[in-house]
Design a protein around this ligand. Structure first.
Ligand code: LRH
Ligand code: MN
Length: 424
């Protein structure tokens, strides 16, 4: 389903007076509003191809209907999100859930929808029909060389699909690990995994990046072979300059200080990108900013400070991707809310008075340092995000327009109430 440009303009016209009033107020409050708006316009977040349907848990899955039945329909849905917010101009594919049977056709359809291909994702955490070797006891860590080779070959195949689509990065998340003490020799598992990743690394085209995604637990519940940022950094350092760590916000042990991890990985030049989501307990894959918006702001505060310290380009030098699963919300509304939360936190981080903060830090003025940070966090910068969206041709209020246009009703009528899309 397409949303015509005039529908978006009509929607913006009906909300322009209130928007302008709010924009004028916040622009009078913070002096950098124009700079922030310009940087928001350029900031793009990749949408995961595996999160356009209804997710579920082992206890149940409650389909919302109208889910995409093919990669083509997934690209249309992401195209619709991008038409509404002009901040979702990339799709991150998961193989084999979304194999581009006809890559040139898929590439053309994506560019018609203003989309490019971000990181490709491999999958050695499920056994595919007819697969020779099972990944029950792991993939790249496996004691059996044939299983490791199967996993390496799969990742090289994923790179091939990515090259055809114009992607320039591969995310490797390994579910490998153990569920019981004694099950695994940790050193052998690490060495096997490193050797396997080195074979995949050797197949990367010159300008490509490899993102090594870590996770503290699930589906293994005693050890994970890429279990935390330290292990991921160990692999990335041993692999070479094309290898980086990937931070999925839901992959940490309770109360981990993620913003400090981000600051150090950035300092080391080994932070590759993010899987944004939110969580209260485990890898809950909830809407970004829905549980801990202050943590998200603190992460972007370290990102802006650290990237500027290294002269990095905010838009292109890191992988900005969402990784979420929608158990009860409409997947498209959930993704619209997630992108909004990311842009709000980025805007708040851009509005931090860095000079004053550095002064407070150098004077051990703890109170003032907190005042400066929370002042930025407590500013309602949604009018800046809306203004950036409108200037880029998007809607002032994407979720409102999505609903006014009865998009889900239309998709259910067009695709059916029981369609199931591939993915989580
Ligand atoms: C693992 C993970 C990984 C994906 C999968 C869909 O929890 O975050 O990034 O491959 O979710
Ligand atoms: Mn992830």
């Amino acid at each position: 389903m397409q949303i015509e440009k005039y529908k978006i303009e009509e929607h913006n016209q009906s909300g322009i007076k209130d928007h302008q009033r709010r924009l004028d107020f916040i622009s009078s409050e913070i002096e950098s509003s124009e700079r922030v708006i310009k940087m928001l316009v350029d900031f793009q977040v990749a949408i995961p191809s595996w999160a356009l349907g209804t997710g579920g848990t082992r206890f149940g899955r409650f389909s919302g209907g109208g889910e995409p039945r093919s990669l083509e329909e997934k690209i249309e849905d992401i195209g619709l999100i991008h038409a509404l917010n002009q901040s979702s101009g990339a799709i991150s594919l998961h193989i084999p859930w979304d194999i581009p049977e006809n890559a040139s056709h898929i590439k053309a359809l994506a560019s018609q929808n203003g989309l490019k291909f971000d990181a490709m994702n491999s999958n050695t955490f499920q056994d595919q029909p007819g697969q020779e070797w099972s990944y029950k006891f792991g993939s790249m860590q496996h004691v059996n060389k044939s299983v490791r080779k199967q996993a390496v070959d799969h990742n090289i195949e994923v790179i091939k699909y990515g090259i055809e689509l114009g992607s320039e990065s591969l995310t490797v998340w390994l579910s490998d690990g153990s569920c019981f003490p004694g099950q695994l020799n940790f050193r052998n598992a690490f060495q096997h995994t490193l050797e396997s990743l080195q074979e995949v690394y050797a197949a990367l085209p010159e300008q490509w990046k490899m993102f090594v995604e870590y996770k503290a637990f699930e589906p293994n519940f005693y050890s994970m072979t890429v279990g935390d940022w330290g292990q991921s950094l160990l692999y990335a350092n041993k692999l070479g300059h094309k290898a980086y760590t990937l931070v999925d916000l839901g992959h940490h042990l309770p109360n981990a200080n993620i913003e400090q991890i981000v600051a150090l990985l950035l300092m080391e030049g080994k932070l590759g990108g993010f899987h944004f989501n939110d969580s209260k307990y485990g890898d809950d894959d909830l809407t970004v900013g829905s549980i801990r918006p202050y943590q998200l702001f603190l992460i972007f505060n370290e990102l802006v400070e650290g990237m500027d310290a290294k002269g990095m380009n905010h838009t292109t030098d890191l992988g900005w991707m969402i990784d979420a699963s929608h158990n009860i919300k409409d997947p498209l509304e959930d993704l619209l809310q997630s992108v909004e939360a990311i842009l709000i936190s980025y805007a708040q981080a851009l509005s931090v008075d860095r000079k004053k903060l550095a002064e407070a830090q150098n004077n051990n003025d703890v109170v003032m340092a907190q005042e400066i940070l929370q002042n930025a966090f407590r500013h309602d910068l949604r009018p800046l995000v809306a203004e950036a969206r409108m200037r880029a041709g998007g809607a002032l209020n994407p979720v409102e327009l999505f609903r006014n246009q009865n998009v889900r009703e239309y998709l259910v009528k067009d695709r059916g109430a029981k369609t199931v899309s591939t993915g989580l």
